[in-house]
Design a protein around this ligand. Structure first.
Ligand code: PFF
Length: 454
């Protein structure tokens, strides 16, 4: 009965695009540029690429192995593969991490809806450079407006989850991802042509290794986990929906490549744009929302209708990219409640949505009226952002790689990676080596380095 209800992706392309849909989101277009900006640009990007290859993709594979082998949601998968052991906590903490990420992520996703509204009503048209900063700050610190958009976004996610994921995700991903990609290339070309854009390209391409410190490593590792949706079990849940003949290694590499390309591409849009309009690259979480509307006006000032179309399309796509990510986050908790507590899918989703609406509202208010109520010096919004990306995901990734590298029977690992011996996999030993030694040691070293122990 339960097995019958389990969703399943219907095509190979669907598998890749749905997983890429989870990976590609605000993390690439909104978070990556501001993390890179805060940490000096090009040097950060190099460290980031190292983290994607050495940690992100192998741990993504580990998650897929766990998910497909267990055929269970994240909260139950470890207990199925290692019954009665404390390993189950890795899955349960993953579910909780998903709820925390979803709560602050939907605040930013809500902003994209406001920006769609502004783009549609053409209200960027008569603003000057300085106005964009001011109106962004006024909007995000407002008490009710961002909250309404955040709740709207969560309800949108809820609505899709309740209907069943696979059709919604697969279908929308197949249309949305190629369009997003094309549009981003077009925009990268346009911003590179803006006067003053050169400084932005230098910032992206010329590494200043003097800037590489412990924070850069922690920031890059956190960003890699966050951007690839790795470390909390999204890919365990999704992997449990994969068919037996899906090539896990190919899927993980494709998703890693697509995700990285989109992140780098958004760097090529945001930094030249930021420099061209005099916005500092380390100006934080507002970067995309402040610079881009301005870019559309500047780049297509002569042809206002183009500026209009680009603005509307961009924020629409940003919202859709965010939506395929919020769906994946929501699905982790919903499938756990649905299958573990035998709630109906609708009831399980309602619990998750309600919890997230409460937490997300607090996150949103913490940027305005509540900004003086800090925890460890962070607003709630920044606390959720930092603690999930820089602590919970890497710690989750550490245990996931240990679980597959050391605990899980190697016959199971080999069989999952080669689909029961039907695929050739020359890098099998390398993958196991990374999961056994390289990834866990690198994660520990990056933490030790940040704490000043190295
Ligand atoms: N990877 C998504 C992004 O880059 O926007 C965000 C995300 C989704 C993070 C799912 C973590 C996660 F488990």
């Amino acid at each position: 009965m339960e097995k019958k209800e389990r969703a399943g992706f219907s095509s190979k392309l669907g598998v890749i695009l749905a997983s890429a849909g989870s990976a590609v989101g605000l993390g690439n277009i909104w978070r990556f540029p501001y993390e890179a900006g805060n940490h000096g640009g090009a040097a950060f990007i190099l460290v980031y690429l190292g983290c994607v290859l050495m940690l992100g993709i192998p741990i993504m594979l580990a998650e897929l192995i766990i998910g497909r082998q267990a055929r269970a949601n994240t909260g139950e998968a470890f207990d199925k593969l290692a019954p009665g052991t404390p390993w189950k906590w890795v899955g349960l903490v993953g579910v909780l991490t998903g709820i925390l990420i979803l709560s602050y992520y939907s605040v930013v996703a809500g902003w994209t809806l406001e920006f769609i509204g502004e783009a549609v009503t053409n209200s960027f048209a008569d603003k000057q450079a300085g106005d964009f900063i001011q109106s962004f700050n006024a909007f995000t610190t407002n008490s009710w407006r961002p909250v309404i958009w955040t709740v709207t976004f969560l309800l949108l996610t809820h609505f899709i989850i309740v209907r069943g994921v696979e059709k919604g995700i697969e279908k929308s991903s197949k249309i949305m991802m190629p369009v997003l990609f094309l549009l981003m290339i077009l925009m990268a070309v346009c911003t590179a042509l803006l006067p003053g854009a050169g400084a932005g390209l230098t910032f992206l391409l010329k590494p200043d290794f003097g800037k590489v410190n412990a924070d850069v490593f922690l920031g890059a590792m956190g960003q890699a986990f966050f951007s690839l949706s790795v470390g909390m079990g999204v890919l365990i849940t999704y992997g449990s929906y994969f068919k037996k003949d899906t090539n896990l290694t190919k899927t993980a590499f494709s998703v890693g490549m697509i995700d990285t390309l989109v992140a780098i591409l958004s760097g090529f849009i945001i930094f030249p744009a930021a420099f061209a309009v005099g916005v500092e690259p380390d100006s934080g979480s507002g970067l995309v929302f402040i610079t881009l509307p301005n870019v559309f006006q500047q780049a297509f000032g002569e042809i206002p209708v183009l500026a209009y179309i680009f603005s509307v399309m961009f924020y629409l796509l940003l919202a859709l990219a965010a939506l395929t990510s919020t769906i994946s986050l929501h699905e982790v908790a919903t499938s756990y409640l649905h299958e573990h507590y035998r709630l109906t899918r609708k009831r399980a989703a309602t619990w998750v949505t309600t919890a997230c609406i409460i937490l997300a509202t607090l996150c949103s208010l913490s940027l305005g009226v509540g900004k003086n109520m800090t925890i460890f010096g962070f607003t709630l919004f920044n606390l959720f952002d930092n603690i999930t990306a820089k602590v919970l995901l890497p710690v989750g990734g550490f245990f996931i790689s240990i679980f597959v590298g050391w605990y899980l029977d190697k016959n199971v690992v080999r069989s999952e990676l080669t689909n029961g011996g039907t695929l050739r996999l020359p890098i099998y030993q390398l993958i196991v080596f990374i999961l056994k030694f390289l990834a866990p040691i690198a994660i520990v070293c990056i933490f030790a380095n940040e704490l000043g122990l190295l």
